[in-house]
Design a protein around this ligand. Structure first.
Ligand code: BGC
Length: 767
């Protein structure tokens, strides 16, 4: 169930919270956050509040405050708070009498509107409405508009105080070593905060009818007080424009000031409408229209897409997407495999140039990845499990204190979770297959693939008994199973990566001999071929189950698993069992082998897929938000629609359900990407592989048709699907290349349009 109310007006969907409920502050602040890829602002109300956590995060702005800490995405100075003192009363939802409350968020435009009716101590009623958005037109720009109206009683007067507050911390850790503050031309406030290796400048210009504000410089901040005078029955409006700028950006200070003055001249609604136009263009490319979907389903899918659009650092490859996007401090703003496997497909299919940027970010990290490999005695490049601004490993060595012993638990994922190095290669090849972007491959792609292949070859060892290469002491995607041998997901992914390198070596040798010799491919090629041929791959056993690793199937099951599946708090199993005990049981935190089945939908028979999904699901607690979407997609692909829908329903509301304790430190970015992969890969059955666009719709019974656009080889394809019919139209200008499309086992050639009736649904994955 979605906790929020939903309203649809003129094709735009709003989520609404109609009660003032402090328990939900943290969750709603993440879910309703304004982000445009350059920065994100949590949706904490502007008026002071006793609970909640303000936050502004700028993509790629990391800092490590102390030696024992790891680098984290900095919680930047706050620009949202305002104090309102009317007739001597400080107005706040916690301290004043709230008569009506509404916090609503427009999923399509990202605008946040908070309206509160207060009964004043003096007897009258006022309404305070706050609106704000992060501009997609100028990604440095944040806008806020506050209106105070006198609803009943006589007019009110007092002051509004607002500014830039550099006293923000990341849960108590202050990152800025110093914050310079000043005011320009008696109208624009400026702070410049210095981190160890970076700096952040924030300019704020405000507009209202009070001519001369009183500016005050504070420790790490500056604010201004404006006289407020609202006559009986009238409104008073205040507008704020903020320019946010990292040291590496080039816009000159004078230009920044001019941009803010121009906003003041245009006023809020006009500035908003330019932003809306930009959003509309993004939606034109990304929208998924589903005839038959309920409003809740429509809202959840669009919600996921809004956040995906808002977390993408558009036009820059110097940062990537964090596990919580730009909406909270969770996971310290670090980048995981989540980006390449769960979020990148959305960009790949709708905005391939953005997918390229995300992969370029990994190229920037290649040197760091090589260093990590060398530090552990391996060859090539070993990508960090958690990345920040560089390719260096950023996973904390220790985390979560044991409450009884006070000792910290060691985090093994930074040391032993290696599949990310193949996940990145998987994403590179997906990108190249769909775009044919040779420039990217020549500049970055081949080198990353070859370096990753070198890593995997050096990571494996020869097993005499098995007469194969094995990968020992590793962690797969399921983090409840540490230090295991031959994790199926990791071994198959390693083979994929190395076999790809071996195959591409031949291509590069012919097409780009200089690159071939610069990358020393000739020298390595043999080892890649041998590894690809002799790596041990766990195969389905007599019961058709692919062993997750060498010992998994010999372990005992967790008897009371249902209790943990239903628990309100995640990872409750670790309160009842020690980590070692959990490792010794057949219990999964999240999809592991099931992920393998999703990434290679044609590798195993439908029967094997079905058996494995059911087998592993019954042992999975879904303690990671990456798990429901993975299971929903896998079930849909084998036509287990009831189960697919059960998981999809859970994953749709991952950030919107009635549990106030979730999503508090940011939205679940991978799961939101997973909603998209479920809809497009799972239900629409779309998958581009081997130069063919495969389409095999398996839509939930109440969805009649689905309509969306994807980009293949630079062409814009519009898909209209039902369970019985597929219609494709090439809506782009460039229709040079014919696109091969496989539907129901037949291969068609798409030039302008194509219509295929799916006569008979055969059970199984690819008809
Ligand atoms: C999951 C990882 C994931 C990370 C960030 C962890 O809880 O186990 O698979 O990459 O969260 O989302």
């Amino acid at each position: 169930m979605i906790y929020y109310d939903i309203e649809k007006k003129e094709n735009e969907i709003w989520l609404l919270q109609r009660e003032y409920n402090p328990w939900f502050h943290l969750k709603t602040e993440s879910a309703f956050a304004q982000s445009n890829g350059y920065f994100g602002v949590r949706a904490a109300g502007g008026l002071p509040s006793l609970t909640g956590k303000r936050g502004m995060f700028v993509a790629g702005l990391f800092n490590c405050a102390y030696e024992e800490e790891v680098t984290e995405l900095v919680n930047c100075p706050d620009v949202t708070q305002f104090r309102l003192i009317l007739d001597g009363e400080e107005i706040s939802p916690d301290g004043s009498k709230v008569k009506q409350y509404e916090r609503k968020f427009n999923i399509h435009t990202g605008e946040l509107v908070i309206s509160i009716v207060f009964e004043l101590q003096s007897g009258g009623e006022i309404k305070v409405v706050e609106r704000r958005f992060a501009s997609m037109d100028n990604r440095h720009l944040f806008a806020q508009c506050i209106t105070v109206s006198v609803l009943t009683g006589k007019g009110v007067s007092g002051k509004l105080i607002t500014g830039i507050n550099g006293q923000q911390t990341n849960s108590g850790v202050s990152h800025f070593q110093k914050v310079d503050c000043r005011v320009y031309d008696r109208e624009i406030m400026h702070t410049k905060g210095y981190l160890k290796e970076d700096s952040l400048s924030i300019l704020e210009a405000n507009a209202c009818d009070a001519k001369t504000p009183v500016f005050t410089l504070k420790r790490r901040g500056v604010d201004a007080a404006y006289a407020v005078m609202v006559p009986e029955g009238e409104n008073w409006t205040f507008e704020k424009y903020v320019y946010i700028h990292k040291w590496e950006d080039t816009t000159k200070l004078d230009e920044q000031k001019a941009i803010l003055k121009d906003c003041i001249h245009k006023t809020y609604d006009r500035v908003l409408s330019v932003h809306k136009e930009k959003m509309l263009r993004l939606w034109q490319q990304a929208a998924i229209r589903i005839d038959g979907a309920t409003l809740e389903e429509e809202a959840s899918i669009a919600f996921a897409q809004y956040h995906l659009l808002g977390m993408m650092p558009w036009n820059s490859s110097s940062s990537s997407i964090a596990a919580k996007g730009l909406t909270g401090e969770g996971y310290k703003g670090h980048v995981f495999w989540d980006t390449e496997i769960f979020m990148l497909p959305f960009f790949q299919y709708h905005f391939p140039e953005a997918a390229r940027q995300l992969l370029e970010f990994r190229y920037r990290g290649l040197e760091g990845a090589k260093e990590k490999a060398a530090d552990y005695g391996y060859a090539g490049a070993m990508y960090p499990w958690e990345a920040a601004a560089s390719g260096k490993e950023e996973t904390p060595l220790y985390a979560a204190l044991n409450i009884h012993t006070g000792k910290a638990n060691k985090v093994w994922s930074g040391i032993k979770e290696h599949h990310v190095t193949a996940d990145i290669v998987y994403a590179i090849w997906q990108y190249y297959s769909m775009t044919g972007d040779n420039t990217f491959m020549d500049k970055y792609g081949y080198e990353m693939i070859f370096q990753s292949a070198d890593f995997w070859v050096s990571r494996a060892e020869w097993d005499e008994k098995k007469q194969a290469y094995v990968i020992l002491d590793i962690i797969g995607p399921d983090e409840y199973t540490e230090h295991i041998d031959n994790n199926a997901y990791s071994n198959y992914m390693a083979r994929y990566c190395v076999a790809l390198a071996a195959m591409l070596a031949g291509k590069v040798k012919v097409e780009n001999p200089n690159l071939y010799s610069r990358l020393n491919a000739e020298e390595k090629r043999k080892s890649w071929e041998e590894f690809a041929e002799k790596i041990y791959l766990p195969v389905p056993n007599e019961e058709q189950i692919i062993p997750q690793d060498d010992t998994f199937l010999t372990k005992k099951c967790l008897q009371d698993i249902e209790k943990y599946k239903k628990a309100e708090t995640k990872q409750a199993v670790l309160q009842d069992y020690s980590r070692d005990e959990v490792v010794d049981m057949q219990v999964l935190k999240q999809a592991d082998t099931v992920m393998l089945l999703n990434l290679f939908p044609q590798m195993f028979s439908p029967e094997v897929v079905r058996k494995n999904v059911l087998f592993y699901e019954s042992r999975t607690i879904h303690d990671s938000s990456l798990s429901y979407c993975a299971h929903a997609q896998a079930c849909a692909s084998v036509g287990a629609m009831d189960l697919a829908w059960e998981f999809f329903e859970k994953c749709m509301v991952i950030d919107l359900d009635e549990n106030p304790n979730d999503t508090t430190d940011g939205i679940h970015a991978a799961s939101l990407g997973g909603i998209w992969t479920c809809v497009v890969f799972g239900f629409a059955g779309v998958n581009y592989e081997g130069e063919v666009l495969h389409i095999s719709p398996r839509m939930p019974a109440h969805w009649k048709t689905m309509n969306f656009h994807i980009k293949v080889k630079g062409q814009n394809i519009q898909l209209t699907l039902s369970n019985t019919e597929v219609r494709l139209e090439n809506t782009g200008i460039n229709k040079e290349d014919i696109i091969k499309v496989e539907i129901g086992g037949e291969v068609y050639r798409l030039k302008d349009s194509l219509q295929v009736i799916i006569a008979e649904r055969k059970e199984g994955r690819r008809a």
